[in-house]
Design a protein around this ligand. Structure first.
Ligand SMILES: [Mn+2]
Length: 335
């Protein structure tokens, strides 16, 4: 019996741009998540092995639970304006289909140095502009695409490189618990573990890191958990007042969407939380029967079929929930 893996080939133009460049800047989307930062760090470590001068840039905030990815590596550089990029001869955008996911509102692509895209979001990247695009929405994570690139670069799978990729893949597959997991995800994980990547280490750093304030915050948040639309929609709130009462930080809210998502019968889970800029960030998750990407796009956001997000300009998560609920019925019909 032959085994089916969903392997995809990175475009040669992307590989030659990477092998020819002496200096490379790698950036993920704004407020890089585990997939963005893990893929960035893995690529950075691989390109450093090839003797290149590599910088990892970021825009927004670095999450505390992901800082382990940066250990024993040059500190990432905050690049808050695209104009700051002129000194880099090659930009690699990972885990975002367009530079406006790094710098919101940015559209003048002529300000960029030569650039590449490596991404798995369903949004089609621009066809004109980038030197090459490695875009594959069927991949669970950008980590899986970065793996394919790194495999072609022929570098050594050092443990910290392997762990960065494992963290990326684990982050976007919910630790191998979602429908986007494929045989290829496990083939790659097998290579990474054989190279010394430790599953328990990655999970401990990302998930098993609770503090007293985080427990207190969860207690407050669970009191707002509501199940509506005949049990199909479960939602939860995290307000500034709750953060203050718990003595918690923005980082302490990470992953809380898993609570409404874990309710039996839930087709769509929604978490409405303060974002630190006076607005509400709305994280959506769904079962295969519903697409939360469409509803996120309706509200000006984006994402994947089963995981998407948008920002509501209100500072009160309860108000954002009301606005969402007013629309939800229309969008959340089975298909
Ligand atoms: Mn991703």
């Amino acid at each position: 019996m032959s085994l089916a893996y969903d392997r995809v080939e990175p475009p040669l133009a992307a590989l030659s741009a990477l092998t020819e460049a002496k200096r490379v800047l790698i950036m993920g989307h704004e407020n890089p998540d585990g997939d963005s930062l893990g893929s960035s760090m893995a690529l950075a470590r691989a390109l450093s092995q090839l003797g290149k001068d590599v910088t990892v840039g970021y825009q927004g905030r670095l999450y505390h639970h992901l800082l382990f990815l940066l250990e024993d590596a040059p500190a990432p550089v905050a690049l808050t304006r695209p104009e700051d990029l002129v000194n880099y001869p090659l930009l690699v955008l990972v885990d975002c289909p367009h530079p406006n996911r790094v710098w919101p509102g940015f559209e003048d692509l002529s300000l960029l140095p030569p650039w590449l895209i490596i991404d798995h979001h369903p949004t089609q990247p621009p066809q004109v502009g980038p030197l090459a695009v490695f875009h594959h929405p069927g991949a669970s994570s950008t980590g899986e695409l970065a793996f394919q690139v790194i495999e072609k670069l022929g570098v050594i799978w050092e443990r910290n490189l392997a762990e960065a990729l494992l963290a990326a893949i684990m982050s976007d597959t919910g630790f191998f618990s979602q429908s986007n997991v494929t045989a290829e995800s496990f083939r790659q994980a097998s290579v990474l573990v054989a190279a010394g990547a430790r599953c328990d280490f990655v999970v401990n750093r990302i998930k098993r890191n609770w503090t007293g304030p985080r427990v207190k915050l969860l207690r407050l948040a669970l009191a707002t958990l509501e199940v509506t639309l005949s049990g199909h929609l479960a939602s939860m709130l995290l307000s500034q007042a709750m953060l203050e009462e718990a003595g918690a930080t923005l980082d302490d809210m990470e992953g809380f969407v898993e609570y409404p998502r874990s309710m039996a019968g839930t087709e769509v889970a929604a978490l409405f939380r303060v974002d630190g800029h006076g607005h509400t960030r709305v994280s959506l998750r769904s079962s295969l029967n519903f697409s939360v990407r469409e509803i996120a796009e309706y509200f000006g956001g984006g994402g994947h079929h089963q995981a998407a997000a948008y920002t509501d300009l209100t500072r009160e998560p309860a108000e954002a929930r009301e606005r969402f609920m007013a629309r939800a019925k229309r969008f959340l019909s089975p298909r």
